[in-house]
Design a protein around this ligand. Structure first.
Ligand SMILES: [Zn+2]
Length: 43
């Protein structure tokens, strides 16, 4: 695997999809925010 990895898709209690970082468990409302987090924290 390379440096990039995919978030786990989870649904909150309002059935809104959220993106969870498999490395640290942080949750993001937008995939874009997840990608930015990975670039800042996991590279
Ligand atoms: Zn993370």
């Amino acid at each position: 695997m390379g440096k990039r990895f995919k978030p786990e898709i989870v649904y909150d209690r309002d059935d809104e999809p959220m993106f969870r970082c498999p490395r640290c468990g942080m949750l993001f409302k937008k995939n874009k925010d997840f990608v930015r987090h990975v670039q800042k924290s996991h590279t």
